[in-house]
Design a protein around this ligand. Sequence first.
Ligand SMILES: [Zn+2]
Ligand SMILES: [Zn+2]
Length: 613
Amino acid sequence: MCVMCNPAFADAFRNYAFPSRRQILRSAAAATASAFICETATSAAAQAEEASLQDLANRFDQPSLPRVTIFRAREIITLDPDKPSTTGVAVLGDRILAVGSVDELQSVAGGQPYVIDDTFADKVITPGLIAQHDHPLLTGLTMVSEIIAIEDWVLPSGVVPAANSPSEYRARLAAANAKLANPVELLVTWGYHPVFHGPLTRSDLDQISSTRPIIVWHRSAHEFIVNSKALRAYGIDAAFVADLPAAAQKQCDLAEGHFWEGGMFGVIPKLLPAIATPDRLRRGLEFVVRYYHANGVTLGCEPGGLFSKQLQDAQNAVLSRADSPFRFYFIPDGKSINAAFPDTTISETEKVLGWGEGMTAMMPGAIKLFADGAIYSLAMRVREPYSGGGNGEWIMEPEFFARAFKVYWDAGYQIHVHVNGDAGLDTVLDNVETNMRRHPRYDHRTVAIHLAVSQKDQVERMRRLGVIISANPYYVRALADAYSKDGLGPERADNMVRLGDIERAGISYSLHSDMPMAPGQPLFLMHCAVNRTTVSGRVAAPDQRATRLGALKGVTLSAAHSLRLENDMGSIVTGKLANFSILEDNPLTVDAAKIKDIPVWGTVFEGKVRPVV
Ligand SMILES: [Zn+2]
Ligand SMILES: [Zn+2]
């Protein structure tokens, strides 16, 4: 699911006056300066070698050729079918000059000066990992909260373990309260889920503290539970609730301090100023930078960023910095743009292209649309009803979706579509087919995002129509057990994210986390796709497991392909950017159960060595 999918959620964020770049920078100046990224110095041995090779180059009288760095590794996984594995890569500036063994590279160097860097001599190099679909703002705001969630969160600062029972949850919440010395300081916690943690009400939270505001943010990010002090502090009372739209009022329970969906969107303008202070926003986005770098990421992307220049500026204040270890792309939200500007959709979309700067950019010629509802709340549109009844919801009603899809299709856009259920996918494929028959396009590369529930007959149709996949393999791990019992039934639940069928059909697929919906760790996503182990430890639909090579491509080459960046990144071949992830082991050969545990040493980003420190 996309946490920002719900239009009301997007509106609430859009209407909130986000801290300005100046406020965020001031907040940064006030904080302790922490340089979390630094470059390794070339080893002394390498420097000595450099001098002698420079001399050699001079003797060949070609001093004008720039110096090359040859990285030696235990193994380099190139994803180039002509040379899948080697031990050396020559880098010039930000690009790859040549790939081969160090001996081969030396022998072809001729008079060009070079230096051999042995920093990675005992490491494995893969193409730079790509976080194909994540939400940095929400990631930042949730991750700087007190995390008490349904799963472990492996953070640069250490592991935040899951709370597995109601008693554990309450003990952790009480401990988080006790940790705050100031009795009136706000406590924000994220990760609560009633199925795992039991019921929780305003009075439960009042027992924990009557002096400080406590905000409990649901794991789905679509619900809040708050204590009495928070209600008073942020002006949420009976009169305020009575002013909300009737539908939203039905999703507020003031006595219990519980606000969900429409009710949550109603109160979010009251809570956001507390949750998204300049300091929390800055710390959250700086966390995003540290976290992705620690997980080997060299490129990030948010499909469907919020349609707000002010919000983009706030994110740019941190993510655009010149020393960032990755670039971050944003794909505009075509739902909001088409709704606001139905007659000038394309020209308004083009205006957004200037919103990026430095290390952030809007992705030109790409757009995000939304079909059906979210998986965490079982709102996706399904062909057969849920076990509890109903067939789910639309985010964009089919007529609205068809109208927007056609506008962007005719303008030649690559369309990324959030779609979770099989009935949602039918609608998306109907639109692709109708538009292909009306206005054929070569390599339109329409992306079906998430792929929770699909059917075998849809796989062949996707292949035939040229649709590619961006899948969230974490759904299987987190939800297959629960949804087998309740909601989807075992057949649909176990076959969620049917990557085996997709791969056998030869359809290009990438993997995403949609963080904070899943940990934004590409190796963990690869692990989930390859193993399909659920939280109970069983394997769900073994024949839907991805191959290791397919899954590694899913976080590198196929991810680049899905963003139309495959000419610049995704594999280690001559001419592409020198983006590498430096691992302690080989994800193609290590015990499959240990893929997620492979330590990440750091990265090479556009030719520069960036260790995790
Ligand atoms: Zn989504
Ligand atoms: Zn999303």
